[in-house]
Design a protein around this ligand. Structure first.
Ligand code: MCA
Ligand code: AMP
Length: 491
């Protein structure tokens, strides 16, 4: 049996999940996921790593479907619930999913697949009557999940992790951050990325803790849930802490004091996915009495570097290598360099992913000859703590914790009939980390609002530029290449 489910077998009546439809015990979660696994198996004994894409709202059903896929031997491909059809189609077709599991609220957007002979369209309602079959034994080196990440190529790549990778990613965090069965966390992050899937949900359920779901971010509701008195572990991206601070600052002194008193009782508060501004860390300390524990990770590796659970959590730094993770800094030729010199972070260990799905060349390029994963992030060690200095590619933007490829957005914009050329960059922004902006060279007069609507139908809202500038030409170097640093200055 996969280790993720071991604790749940012992906990029986303990509440695993709370969502808008009610509270669910570990026993219920195991039973439901067993039913789903049996339904997916139909007459087979093992799904043998076929891809099962699923679009289900965060909550009990999402976890039951994810566990059901794993227990039946399939590879889970979670679909982002806010994606437009084009982006969903890309993931479904790139993974060559055989099954598509769809929550009732998403049947309409995915209806083009209802009659598709290549894919089996399954509504979550179909699981209600499933009988329980004997489930396969799954070896841990088999593929478990594919998550999509943007990079220096124009289209997102699928990151394939095995059960062993996922177990390593979870267990190192459970140990390092002392997850335990008396913990209670609030799950608010999107569930097509590692942060929400592994660090929050999987660590909690591995430990026998309780996860309460809030399907959509809302600062007021988050504070209301905090004030109910059960949450003691909270993890989010810096933008969310920024938004919580902005909301807190609008409250009466009385409400602020009540919130502060409550937050002081939390066991752990973590920030990650993007650099935590020192101003946010300091203000959150005043509000909550907690120095946020900042850590560093990536879709391909889970979490790699973390400030300590006990000991100094240093602002502007990401800490030290987590247990079981090897970290080194390298020059451009992949030679290891001393940690006090800036270099690329390279990672080795059991949590490192298996391959980019269907992209052997990209996979080979991502590793050094001696098997280290090249993160593309530049760091240095200062007095025992790693500090991120930047990235090796200007075309990767981090906004609201999401990794976004400038090239992907440019390719979409260039297909608009009135656009001759464009350049997309990320500009610094206190709230979002970076904001996506686009410079446009036009062929004909263009209405920016309708262009923005047109883009939104093609790519997710969080990748859509926040500002546009019409220019005569893009700044270029003598080789004719667009100089993105110059482009940034225009904004
Ligand atoms: C939403 N908007 C954005 C973004 N998201 N703008 C720029 N960047 C974004 N990321 C825009 C919307 O298009 C909308 O614009 C306006 O902001 C409000 O949208 P809304 O959906 O209401 O935003 P929100 O609900 O306030 O969402 C903000 C958020 C969200 C909660 C911070 O972005 C979020 O959940 N981020 C977390 C991402 C995450 O989990 N990343 C982890 C991946 P308009 O007003 O024009 O309509 S990284 C990872 O997994 C690695 C391993 C790691 O290290 O953790
Ligand atoms: P993703 O591909 O979405 O998993 O994003 C991974 C990237 O997020 C890393 O390569 C870093 O660039 C960035 N990142 C994650 N955590 C931090 C952090 N604490 N500080 C700075 N950047 C971070």
């Amino acid at each position: 049996m996969l280790s993720l489910f071991e604790t749940s077998k012992k906990l029986k009546e303990k509440v695993a999940i709370i969502d808008q439809s009610g509270a669910y015990s570990y026993e219920k979660l195991l039973a439901k996921s067993h039913g789903i696994a049996s339904y997916l198996l139909e007459k087979k004994n093992d799904l043998n790593q076929i891809r099962v894409a699923f679009m289900v709202s965060p909550g009990f059903d999402y976890i039951a479907v994810q566990w059901g896929i794993w227990r039946a031997g399939g590879i889970a491909v979670p679909l982002c619930v806010t994606y437009p059809f084009n982006s969903l189609q890309y993931v479904i077709e790139d993974t060559e999913a055989d099954f598509l599991v769809v929550g009732a609220e998403f049947e309409e957007i995915l209806s083009p697949y209802q009659q598709d002979p290549k894919i089996k369209f399954i509504s979550t309602k179909d699981f209600q009557t499933a009988e329980k079959k004997t489930l396969p034994d799954i070896s841990k080196d088999r593929g478990a999940m594919i998550l999509y990440t943007s990079g220096t190529t124009s289209l997102p790549k699928g990151v394939l992790t095995t059960h062993a990778n996922i177990e390593a990613q979870i267990s190192t965090l459970v140990d390092s951050w002392r997850w335990n069965s008396s913990d209670y966390t609030l799950s608010i992050l999107p569930l097509h990325h590692v942060h929400g899937i592994i660090n929050v949900n999987s660590c909690a359920l591995w430990s026998g803790a309780t996860v309460q779901f809030l399907p959509q971010f809302d600062a007021k509701t988050i504070f209301e849930i905090f004030m109910e008195g059960r949450v003691n572990v909270f993890m989010a991206v810096p933008t969310i802490y920024f938004k919580l601070i902005s909301y807190y600052d609008t409250l009466s002194k009385e409400s602020q004091k009540a919130i502060t008193d409550r937050l002081k009782t939390f066991r752990l508060m973590v920030s990650g996915s993007a650099a935590l501004p020192i101003s946010v860390m300091e203000r959150w300390y005043q509000i909550s009495g907690h120095y946020l524990l900042e850590r560093y990770g990536m879709t391909e590796i889970g979490m790699a570097i973390s400030n300590p659970y006990q000991g100094e959590r240093r602002a502007g730094h990401i800490g030290q290598a987590l247990q079981g993770v090897e970290v080194r800094l390298c020059d451009e030729q992949d030679n290891e360099i001393p940690l006090d010199k800036p270099g690329e972070i390279q990672i080795k260990g059991p949590s490192v992913f298996k391959a980019y799905w269907g992209k052997p060349e990209a996979t080979a390029k991502a590793f050094t000859k001696d098997g280290w994963f090249k993160t593309g992030d530049i760091a240095v060690m200062e007095a025992g703590y790693f500090k991120i200095l930047g990235r090796d590619s200007i075309d990767i933007i981090k906004s609201g914790g999401y990794k976004i490829s400038a090239l992907e957005i440019e390719e979409v914009i260039r297909t608009h009939p009135s656009i001759k050329d464009c350049g997309v960059v990320g500009v610094p922004d206190e709230e979002w980390g970076e904001k996506v902006v686009a410079a446009l060279v036009t062929k004909a007069a263009i209405d920016i609002e309708s262009l923005n609507r047109w883009i939104r139908e093609k790519i997710p809202a969080y990748k859509t530029p926040r500002k546009y500038l019409i220019v005569e030409d893009l700044p270029r170097n003598t080789m004719g290449k667009v100089t993105k640093n110059e482009l940034k200055k225009l904004f």
